[in-house]
Design a protein around this ligand. Structure first.
Ligand code: ZN
Length: 625
């Protein structure tokens, strides 16, 4: 079945860190502090409260059910009282606003008149305040991807969350250095109807953001969330897809998963299983049934004072095992882990097994009152947790009879996804009263409009046209953000293809060989090519010289050339040597001997004198007599 027939709809939310000097609402810097320094630790707890209407947000209840201690660690150089929520936020960072407005104008968006900062409830502890500050900078706009017009819904600025260091059952530790770094979020309408198109749209957005020259690069600076649904399913908000290549994989997995869940709804309807029949199942104590079993997990849980609880799933026989990596059993296990903090579940489609024998299965079925068409789930652990886990399993199994619920899920590195929490209620935004609105003046917009950077596609075209580079080399320069460097060096009079391949392939090769390429600065490279342009060394020495600098970054390009003995001798010396070589060959044989003579010259001067120059001098000498 094609994606179109399934009614696949994907929307993107691309988040990228901005490379500003300061954080969004304070004057802390945005580069990570040095590792290994002692950190200050602060402990907090999160408690849910009712809204004015007496309602408790389901997502908030989910988190507070777990009642974990939250520890915040920070290096005082990278977080201040604002991150700790002990001091009001400062006015919004103008540098970040400018970058967001630049991106907005590049996609034809309509900037808002006034930027109003809002608070969005965040209940996992990743923000000390219990909310994330976010503000809409622009509405509308579009990108054309593969001929399809992809509407941009909003461009927003928000603060990045604290980075999770580790999460245990009753304690979670966050590092505050990332909290407050400006993030730009570009969200598209849900119009992308295939995995490849979604990946291309994400790439196109990435190019716009990079063209602003205001975004950070590298691992952890980009996070892509996908909103995925197929016809009849709920909305899956898949968070944290880090790499572009994973987007199609994640969508493909979600489609297979949703298709399977849709087929289960059909099958359970066909079997006449009502959600109410699942909801009314009691959770029963099966500890005595499993006391003698061989399962190490169950033995351990019982010896720690835990129980084994069981739940009958009427009409579910054979439906838990699923197809390949898409299984209702896995879904139920994820709910049990997320809501109860248990290690996992056992379900009837995989038993006997895991040290649980036929006799325990038969006895469990008898106690639970299972008929032939019924399934069951067993959880071992402390009573409260095991009960929370099975209640979540019961809720999810009841839903499976009628619908595919909305979920917030996390992307895993293998392209599958895992349940995180229910989707939060819609009314979770409210105004941030500590920050005055930012007026987007006509003057500011006009100023940004005047200096709008060209789209990267145009930069690539220009490079190809002006410097006769291949399309691939042009994009490699753009992707490695070396365009400015490249143009500066070419301006010294060095051949464009030599510069481009050194800056891309050359540096890549050095990295592959294990050289510490990060030690090589743009200044080093420019200084080196200055020597090449003045004929003081030959371009063939580039990688040798750069490798030497990578070893010892204190070295200037000139010193590296000398240390390697790659400085060109005076031109008179070269001419004299050519003269001597040529004079040993009888005049009538000289023309046919030029290849051999050139070989000798290269052996002597390779990496020191440019081959083309040697060839020219040799030819001049041979022609002379
Ligand atoms: Zn700060």
């Amino acid at each position: 079945m094609s994606y179109e027939e399934l009614g696949l709809k994907v929307g993107l939310e691309i988040h990228r860190q901005l490379d500003t000097k300061h954080k969004l609402f304070c004057s802390c810097g945005t580069t990570p502090p040095p590792e290994g320094r002692a950190k200050i630790r602060v402990m907090r707890r999160l408690r849910e409260t009712q809204s004015e209407l007496g309602e408790v947000d389901q997502a908030a209840r989910f988190e507070s059910l777990r009642m974990r201690r939250i520890i915040y660690e920070y290096d005082p150089s990278s977080a201040c009282l604002v991150e700790l929520d002990e001091e009001p936020p400062h006015p919004i960072n103008l540098e970040a606003v400018r970058i967001a407005l630049t991106a907005a104008l590049m996609v034809g968006g309509r900037p808002v008149d006034e930027i109003h900062v809002m608070r969005k409830i965040v209940i996992d502890g990743s923000n000390t305040s219990g909310f994330q500050r976010t503000c809409i900078v622009s509405l509308g706009g579009e990108l054309v991807v593969d001929g399809l017009r992809v509407p941009i819904q909003t461009i927003t600025l928000e603060e990045d969350a604290a980075r999770i260091v580790r999460a245990e059952a009753d304690e979670v530790v966050y590092d505050l250095s990332r909290l407050g770094i400006p993030l730009i979020e570009v969200s598209t309408g849900p119009v992308l109807n295939s995995p490849t198109l979604a990946a291309k749209a994400a790439e196109a957005i990435g190019r716009v953001l990079r063209a602003t020259r205001g975004v950070k690069r590298g691992l952890g600076t980009v996070r892509q969330d996908l909103n995925i649904s197929i016809r009849g399913s709920g909305l899956m908000e898949v968070k944290g897809v880090q790499e572009l290549e994973l987007i199609p994989k994640v969508i493909d997995y979600e489609v297979r998963r949703l298709k399977h869940l849709a087929s289960l709804v059909e099958e359970l309807k066909r079997r006449g299983v009502q959600p109410e029949a699942v909801e009314s199942q009691p959770i029963l104590d099966l500890t005595s049934v499993f006391e003698g079993c061989e399962s190490r997990l169950i033995k351990r849980k019982i010896s720690e004072g835990g129980l084994v609880l069981g739940l009958r799933l009427p009409g579910f026989a054979g439906l838990l095992r699923g197809e390949g990596d898409v299984r209702l059993g896995r879904e139920l296990a994820e709910y049990a882990k997320a809501w109860g903090g248990v290690e996992g579940i056992f379900h009837s489609d995989e038993l006997p097994g895991y040290g649980i024998g036929r006799s325990e299965v038969d006895e469990a079925r008898r106690v639970l009152g299972c008929g032939e068409g019924d399934g069951f789930v067993v959880v071992a652990g402390r009573e409260a947790r095991a009960r929370d886990a099975l209640e979540a399993v019961r809720m999810r199994a009841a839903q499976a009879c009628a619908l595919i619920p909305d979920e917030t899920r996390a992307a895993l590195p293998d392209g599958t996804t895992i349940y995180m929490r229910p989707r939060p209620g819609s009314a979770r935004m409210y105004p941030e009263t500590d920050i005055p609105p930012f007026r987007v003046s006509r003057e500011l917009l006009e100023e940004i409009e005047r200096s709008l950077p060209p789209p990267l596609e145009r930069v690539a075209e220009e490079l190809v046209k002006r410097y006769r580079l291949s399309n691939q080399l042009a994009w490699e320069l753009i992707d490695s953000e070396m365009v400015e460097e490249f143009e500066a060096i070419v301006g010294l009079g060095v051949a464009p293809s030599v510069v481009a391949s050194t800056l891309t392939e050359g540096l890549k090769q050095l990295r592959r060989e294990g050289h510490r390429v990060e030690n090589i600065t743009p200044q080093h490279i420019r200084d080196y090519f200055k020597l090449v342009s003045r004929g003081e060394t030959a371009k063939e020495s580039a990688l040798q010289v750069l490798a030497e600098i990578a070893k010892d970054p204190a070295l200037a390009a000139e010193e590296a050339v000398d240390r390697l003995g790659l400085r060109a001798p005076p031109i008179e010396e070269v001419k004299a040597y050519i003269d001597e070589l040529v004079s040993h060959v009888p005049p009538n044989e000289r023309k046919s001997a030029t290849g051999k003579l050139m070989g000798e010259l290269m052996r002597k001067y390779r990496g020191r004198v440019d081959g083309a120059l040697l060839n020219k001098l040799l030819m001049e000498r041979v022609k002379a007599n």
